[in-house]
Design a binder for this molecule. Sequence first.
Ligand code: SAM
Ligand code: SF4
Ligand code: SF4
Ligand code: SF4
Length: 459
Amino acid sequence: MSHYAWASHRTFPLQGEDLAVLADRNSGWCVLTRDEYLSLNAALPIRIGEADAPAALDRLWAAGLATRDGLHADRALYQPSTYPTAVLLKLTGTCNIECEYCYDYDAKRFKAQQSFASIRDTLQRLLDRQDRISVAFHGGEPLLRFGLIQDVVDWLAPHRARIGYSIQTNATRFTPAVLDFLDRHDFSVGISLDGVDEASNGLRTTRRSPTPLEGVRRLMRERPEFVRDRCGFLAVASQTSAPGLPAFATWLQAFGVSGLSITFLDLAGRGAGLVDQRLSPDEAVELYRTLIGMIRRGEIKELGIRNLIARMHNLFMLQSRDMCYRGPCGAAGDFLVLDAEGGQRTCDCVYHPYFEVEAADVDAPSQSQPARRAILDRHEWLRTEGDTCATCPIFGLCGGTCVAKAIVRTGTDRSVDPVECALSKYIYPELLREFVAAERPLFEYYARHEAKPFEFLAA
Ligand SMILES: C[S@@+](CC[C@H](N)C(=O)[O-])C[C@H]1O[C@@H](n2cnc3c(N)ncnc32)[C@H](O)[C@@H]1O
Ligand code: SF4
Ligand code: SF4
Ligand code: SF4
């Protein structure tokens, strides 16, 4: 005999009699009619033989919405890796351009240069413990240290099959040698650009040539296949760039680019004073409403809007593997940043002592590092006590959003970033309502880009 009970969950009314029932310890969910929900409420908890359990109960269990003998299904449990799997290497604090908003700028750090020895030590420790590692080259401007990138890739050659490479760059330092190297080693290349004209890139400032936009245009002209096969774009949404982002998306799509990520301006580093450039939560939602409208009308189709797709992952699996759009996020376990000054951090989205891994802890399993425990504790606090998330129906899908953005906005981790919160409150209900509607253009868009089946039966 087994004892079945509801897992901790919340409900969200959809059209008519439909109700979304959402777990809050994982992103499992299902849609029931009000009557079905009430009759399950009357029936649970129940002691019954596993073989005799009605199919509906098994489906709830598989969707992370029921416990059996007090336990969740395995895949409904948060299972961080013991050691990080994604390493971001800050190669330098230096940059050849002066973006007005750069969160990474700090007068002292600007001069800091990463050492090969420090990278080797860190990667060797991880290679001894993990099967696969993704290595991201970052900065400052990482291509200012192309020699160091080559040294690291050479040194990692015996482990090539276990490594995935990526780089995030401002696109001003591409040369044929750099491009051939990135091709040869199968890099995924993130290019930072805020729009299709110089005005939209007004906060990505440089007095030299090429500007980031000129760098991208040249790359598109000279190596179009490189752009199509390898490059995704990352735009910062601000008052300067936001009006042009829908046109930027269609421009990238017309060229054959496969992905665009949009991040919202954080007031950090050189950008600390740019209050007037920040989008309000309503303006951020309006931008997404526009993009989602374009997807629904088929105007955005081949281009993957990565942040939207990452949020959608949560509807399809009980514990998303996406680093940022899940709770607790990658900073709680999977993500490791080696900063330009040689220290380790759980994330680099903003520079704050909260993310520093103490020197004494760098070799410890993630779960026993206080900097990572803090993120788990925040997540549990949001779930149970936080005045916004504790009663929010979509907490299991949303997870409380980025802790770094929350800290930079409010100064404390016991809070949520209002822009990210507003986006979750807009996007998830929109998706849940579409799920029960006759037409599902957003789900079709997701299938085109991800083709992931539901990991569990959602209705
Ligand atoms: C710090 S840069 C480092 C890599 C490289 N120099 C580049 O620009 O791609 C990484 C990313 O952070 C973004 N970024 C910089 N400052 C930001 C801020 N205040 N808020 C949000 N994103 C920011 C940049 O636009 C870029 O896409
Ligand atoms: S965002 Fe990147 S390109 Fe711009 S100043 Fe910062 S490090 Fe340099
Ligand atoms: S702190 Fe924010 S940016 Fe960093 S891993 Fe977590 S969600 Fe992502
Ligand atoms: S961050 Fe906002 S949308 Fe997300 S769970 Fe908390 S209150 Fe809900």
